[in-house]
Ligand binder design. Structure first.
Ligand SMILES: Cc1ncc(COP(=O)(O)O)c(C=O)c1O
Length: 439
């Protein structure tokens, strides 16, 4: 409606200006709208028939689409689906592949939120998970597979021990059984590692972390390799390969190798509904534009900080895969390109008292439950993220009373080391001399 058009006050306040001047913005335009007008009657019918174009923001939005294309390209995938959080990405990816009676084989070294999803929420839907402890042993994964297994799941770099997943070996175990490997690549980012290039079928991320980098929004993404083979794996995934009850073609018939991600986009994400806002997608996209620069700098800072901490007598252990002494160092060298990441655990002599004093003394490094931010962050896993684990489980996962998790940011490294030195000094003044590492 134009300014000169007739109309009452209320009609004009709603309609004038809705047709914003056409222009080509350099930044990704933010299409903050619930939906889109159809150009014609036939357009509407075509959209509902084939899914082409944009109709309603829960099923597709140009801002979200722009960020999805960026992420699919960076991960080397065929297609990406952006959702509201990392947890939503993991839940949607799993719910698209599993049904009651299905079974998951997962690394035991995964984010606690994902562990809860598997052990509690999905278990209540009749989906069971077997956890693999020795994730470096492909036979341990192979032995855990059952006839009803539909997914292998692991993290590229896992909290808290910094274990690096042997993606090619575990993907090969899945491939032999027609089962996709899903890799949570949050800690490594596609800049350091692209799991799809090593045989993983699906990558998920918490985009709230490194992809955004600014810590302003939550987001999640699923990237699919587009290599689903319905002829081979269709019997395991009837939702992808079987025709609809009305005889409509299956996702495999309509989308071939992209059947998995098409199914998530058409039938899983819009129905469960963890839609991301176009405004959030914009912020994620802004973050991604500097991803390589940040991850490079953060990895350099992290290596310097890890080396410095490792040389300190008051530090019992530094679990950083970038250090040659780390059990995953050979895998880190194989898989990570351009750095070793920037999130790792440090265990102080002196137990809980030392960890508390250390964290309370830090001023450059922020105390919060988050990671992958431009700011360096610290957290005490034993009393926060891993508080619900038994002491034995915490020990098995490298979480001791004196363990703190660092997410190293982009600050000047001397300022970080200065802050850590003050923290260690504070820790030394309260440390209980006889407290062993695991006390
Ligand atoms: C490895 C990993 N995956 C997934 C998530 C969940 O992401 P979000 O907080 O965006 O839901 C997190 C959150 O910390 C994480 O560390």
């Amino acid at each position: 409606m134009t300014e000169r058009a007739a109309g009452g006050f209320t009609t004009r306040q709603v309609h004038i200006g809705a047709d914003a001047a056409p222009a080509t913005p350099r930044a990704i335009p933010i299409h903050l709208t619930a939906g889109f007008t159809f150009d014609s009657f036939d357009d509407a019918a075509a959209h509902f028939g084939s899914g082409d174009g944009f109709g309603y923001s829960r099923t597709g939005n140009p801002t979200v689409d722009a960020v999805e294309r960026k992420l699919a390209s960076l991960e080397g995938g065929a297609e990406a689906l952006l959702v509201a959080s990392g947890q939503a990405a993991i839940a949607v990816a799993l719910l698209g592949l599993l049904e009651s009676g299905s079974h998951i084989v997962s690394s035991t070294h995964i984010y606690e939120g994902t562990r809860g999803l598997l052990l509690d929420n999905l278990a209540r839907l009749g989906i069971e998970t077997t956890f693999v402890d020795d994730i470096a042993d492909p036979d341990a994964w192979r032995r855990a597979i059952r006839p009803e297994t539909r997914v292998l799941f692991g993290e590229s770099i896992a909290n808290a021990r910094n274990d690096v997943l042997d993606v090619a070996a575990i993907a090969a175990v899945g491939e032999a059984a027609g089962i996709p490997l899903i890799v949570d690549n949050t800690f490594a980012t596609p800049y350091l590692l692209r799991p799809l290039e090593h045989g993983a079928a699906i990558v998920v991320h918490s985009a709230s972390k490194f992809l955004s980098g600014h810590g302003s929004v939550l987001g999640g993404v699923i990237v699919d390799d587009g290599r689903f083979d319905g002829t081979r794996a269709g019997r395991l995934f009837p939702q992808l390969a079987r025709r609809g009850p009305d005889g409509s073609p299956s996702p495999w018939e309509r989308h071939a190798g992209r059947a998995r991600i098409a199914h998530l986009r058409e039938s899983v994400a819009p129905r469960y509904g963890p839609t991301t806002s176009p405004l959030t997608a914009f912020f994620v996209g802004q973050g991604i534009e500097t991803l390589s620069l940040r991850v490079q700098r953060q990895s350099e800072n992290a290596l310097a900080v890890a080396r410095w901490l490792d040389a300190r007598p008051d530090v019992a252990a530094v679990d950083y895969a970038g250090l040659p002494t780390h059990p995953s160092h050979h895998l880190a060298r194989t898989y990570l390109r351009g750095g070793y990441g920037s999130v790792f655990a440090v265990t102080l002599h002196g137990g809980l008292a030392a960890a508390r004093a250390f964290i309370e003394e830090l001023s450059v490094i922020t105390h919060m439950t988050h990671l992958g931010d431009v700011r360096s962050l610290v957290l005490h896993p034993a009393t926060t993220s891993h508080a619900r684990r038994s002491p034995e489980q915490r020990t098995q996962h490298g979480v001791h009373p004196g363990t703190v998790r660092l997410s190293v940011g982009i600050e000047d490294v001397d300022d970080l080391i200065g802050d850590l030195a003050r923290g260690l000094q504070a820790a030394a003044s309260v440390a209980e001399p006889d407290v062993a590492v695991v006390a």
